[in-house]
Ligand binder design. Structure first.
Ligand code: SF4
Length: 328
């Protein structure tokens, strides 16, 4: 097994609400609740779940764009919160993010050339002529050419803007890129082009991706492993073929049934009810209010993480040692 490039260990992120609840006590939105996983060098790791499951918060905590309430993020074995100023600046070069909407992440008042020059200048990389050559080379890498240098983001199509956002992320030769719903706003044909571009860049530069998406088809196509989140917690982690063909957790099963059983509506598992309020999550298993397999223990006791072989993990009482494995 390769070495982990990132380890997320028991991370919590709770946001205090501006007004307390009716009892007069402070209320907290529990966006992330004790999440642990590792990312391995050169892999594409997909994080999926409904809106509000905490997946984007994890990506931001991993890059320290927001601070966790508790827990540790390690990069190449070192706790990133202990980095010196100099180390943090060097680390910032190694880790980049691509957002869903490049329209808001790219400065609308600046040209493509300026946008690509900025990270090189911030990190004091090369002289003027080196930067010019690096910008040209990076533009070519993402399928654009010199004619785009003086254009503004609003003069580009959605796919071209996303190519510029990717160029801006790779120009510093990073090792890890978080792609947060990076193709969700694009047409299907453009999505495929951008995904193929990301794959070829990964092969060429040995990049590691954390790929955050609500689109299971895209995640299945793109990722080597997938983690399923629900209400700020990880329900299941496994290889794409494991989750894609036989997910174990009842929530993952319902989620994947929507794409497993094309045109077989009777086999789809339709989840009852809505996602519970993250400021008041259910006791016990966070999924119990919607789970068709729930048992008495599920209402009171949080399931421990069970290993099902290899790196396949599931958090569900159906798989704990003292329960029969009904879904195996
Ligand atoms: Fe369902 Fe219980 Fe498993 Fe939760 S622990 S997913 S409620 S069976």
């Amino acid at each position: 097994m390769k070495e982990p490039i990132v380890q997320v260990e028991n991370v919590f992120k709770h946001y205090k609400q501006s007004q307390g609840n009716f009892s007069g006590r402070d209320a907290y939105v529990k966006a992330v609740n004790g999440v642990t996983f590792s990312l391995y060098e050169g892999e594409s790791f997909g994080l999926v779940g409904e809106s509000g499951s905490g997946k984007s918060t994890i990506g931001q905590v991993m890059l320290q764009l927001i601070q966790p309430t508790s827990g540790v993020v390690k990069y190449k074995g070192r706790d990133v919160s202990t980095f010196s100023r100099k180390e943090r600046k060097a680390w910032r070069k190694d880790v980049q993010i691509v957002f869903q909407d490049p329209y808001s992440s790219l400065n609308p008042k600046k040209t493509v050339g300026w946008i690509l020059n900025e990270p090189l200048q911030i990190h004091k990389i090369g002289d003027k002529s080196y930067r010019k050559q690096k910008i040209m080379q990076t533009l070519e890498e993402v399928g654009l050419d010199a004619s785009y240098l003086n254009r503004y983001p609003h003069e580009l199509s959605g796919g071209q803007r996303q190519r510029v956002a990717i160029a801006s992320a790779i120009i510093l030769n990073p090792e890890l890129i978080v792609i947060d719903e990076g193709v969700s706003a694009l047409d299907v044909s453009v999505q495929a082009q951008i995904l193929n571009l990301l794959k070829s860049l990964q092969r060429k530069y040995h990049l590691t991706y954390l790929f955050i998406s609500h689109d299971l088809n895209v995640v299945q196509y793109f990722c080597d492993r997938i983690a399923v989140m629900y209400l700020g917690e990880l329900m299941e982690i496994g290889k794409t073929e494991e989750l894609g063909t036989k997910p174990k957790h009842p929530y993952a099963e319902a989620l994947f049934s929507s794409i497993l059983m094309h045109n077989e509506a009777e086999n789809r598992i339709v989840l009852e009810g809505d996602l519970p309020n993250p400021s008041n999550p259910p006791a016990g298993c966070p999924f119990h209010s919607r789970c068709i397999h729930k048992m008495d223990i599920c209402k009171t006791t949080k399931p421990a993480n069970q290993y099902l072989g290899g790196q396949h993990q599931v958090s569900c009482h159906l798989y704990s040692e003292n329960q029969s494995i009904q879904n195996a």
